[in-house]
Ligand binder design. Structure first.
Ligand code: GLU
Length: 450
């Protein structure tokens, strides 16, 4: 990503705020506060590499807005991390937590690194080093990190341990998405995909869908993409295409999703952090040593990520990175429904084209909010010393996702606006209430004390 395109992501994110403000019940002062982050920390992290050399990694943590509660959001390890991107991601977290009504503000962190190039020990040193640098900035009641792109439960475990050592006090609630034995919550691992799945179940009800007739393409086959594909496949949806950073696979009759997941993760021993396999290694189900029958083998095609987006499908699920659906390709999107599991997959200049084509977009700040919702459950369990069953987590998540999906859907139809704008309006109304509860200029204006 170039410097300017990463800065643009933040400016683009703020454009959605301006549009939604036209329909929201929010004081101008609250809007003003939401135009820039509360605080931003830039750090350099020295890491001793296995060969004895020293490398310095650049990292960021942004606390965007904490009016509704401690700032909350993941830490991303990626070579393209940029401060503008982290600000946008932190802004989206602020809106996301408000959409689902959990008592958090928004934050985000990132380290510029290709983690797949590091050994496990180097990765552990980097994870601990980042926490050492941001330890004064985070805490269970101030800022609570979590996993994001290329970070996972094991990394969260190291980070929690490092923070606890610094504080000389075991502090599980400082971070969520931890391994279960270290204070993680059941149901956190698949929560992002599952939250999107619960949104799709609401759409299924509203649109009277027959799952076997619904063709689905999933871009991105990391944690969220795999889980949403698996849950939909189990319900009889036809997953015709999936892809990862190296490419994708298409099969008109539907892919064997459990097999694709198995192959993607093959060669990944327990405790291994990243899979090295790609779903496009087999034209049918996702691996070069697949055991698909020859009948099957003929009908799968290797496709690119760009081609996947433009396939003739009913439901498109971008579950990879930002800026995938743009003004350039939006008119070629033929799916009638897009459910955004990634953060920021659609640029704001693509919005009008999609609206004009009657494409229903379930926006990221609603569709992928399942992850942070179960993070909230994890934080609450840590604070209270409880451990909920997986069924309880699923039930609570389903209840929140269905309720907020319907709130946003209803708002969109009442105000005759698209679902993305409605989701922002819903978030702004909640953030606005919190800002006004502290008093705005209407309250403090002189001469109005009666
Ligand atoms: N990284 C996830 C997101 O973008 C989860 C954040 C969290 O659990 O705090 O929503």
């Amino acid at each position: 990503m170039t410097e300017s395109s990463a800065d643009d992501i933040f400016l683009d994110a703020i454009k959605r705020l301006d549009r939604a403000a036209l329909f929201a019940d929010i004081d101008a002062e609250a809007l003003l506060r939401l135009r820039s982050p509360r605080s931003l920390l830039e750090v350099s992290i020295p890491v001793r590499m296995d060969n004895g050399s020293l490398r310095i990694f650049q990292g960021y943590r942004v606390r965007y807005d904490d009016t509704r509660g401690p700032t909350k959001g993941g830490i991303r390890f990626h070579p393209d991390v940029h401060v503008g991107e982290v600000k946008a991601l932190a802004f989206w977290m602020t809106c996301k937590c408000a959409v689902v009504g959990i008592p958090f503000g928004g934050g985000k962190g990132g380290v510029i690194v290709d983690p797949k190039q590091l050994s496990r020990l180097e990765l552990e040193r980097l994870s601990r080093g980042f926490i050492e640098r941001i330890a004064d900035f985070i805490g269970p009641e101030t800022d609570v990190p979590a996993p994001d792109v290329y970070t996972n439960a094991m990394i969260m475990g190291w980070m929690m341990d490092e923070y606890s050592k610094i504080r000389r006090q075991r502090t599980p609630a400082v971070i969520t998405g931890k391994p279960i034995p270290l204070g993680g919550s059941l149901g956190r691992d698949d929560a992002t995909g599952r939250g999107a799945y619960y949104c799709i179940k609401e759409l299924e009800r509203i649109r009277n869908w027959n799952p076997s007739e619904i063709r689905v393409a999933v871009q991105g086959f990391g944690n969220a993409g795999q889980h949403v594909a698996r849950l939909l496949h189990d319900d009889g949806y036809r997953i015709v295409a999936v892809s990862d950073s190296r490419g994708g696979v298409f099969r008109a009759d539907g892919l064997d999703v459990p097999r694709a997941i198995e192959l993607k993760n093959q060669g990944r021993a327990v405790g291994e952090v990243y899979s090295t396999r790609s779903v496009c290694e087999c034209p049918v189900c996702g691996g070069d040593d697949c055991h698909c029958s020859s009948d099957d083998a003929g009908s799968g095609d290797v496709i690119s990520n760009e081609q996947l987006l433009e396939l003739d499908v009913d439901l498109l699920i971008p579950a990879a990175l930002e800026n995938q659906i743009t003004a350039e390709n939006a008119r070629r999107i033929s799916a009638s429904v897009v459910v955004e599991v990634a953060n920021g997959p659609t640029t704001s200049d693509a919005d009008q084209t999609l609206i004009g084509n009657d494409t229903l977009v379930v926006p990221d700040i609603l569709a992928n909010a399942g992850g942070v919702t179960v993070s909230y459950f994890e934080w609450a369990q840590n604070q209270a010393g409880y451990a909920w069953s997986e069924d309880e987590v699923h039930q609570r998540l389903q209840q929140i996702m269905a309720q907020e999906f319907n709130n946003v859907h209803q708002l969109a139809s009442n105000k005759q606006i698209d679902m993305r704008t409605a989701a922002y309006v819903h978030a702004l109304n909640r953030i606005g209430e919190a800002v006004e509860a502290q008093g705005t200029s209407r309250f403090f204006a002189p001469g109005d004390d009666a």
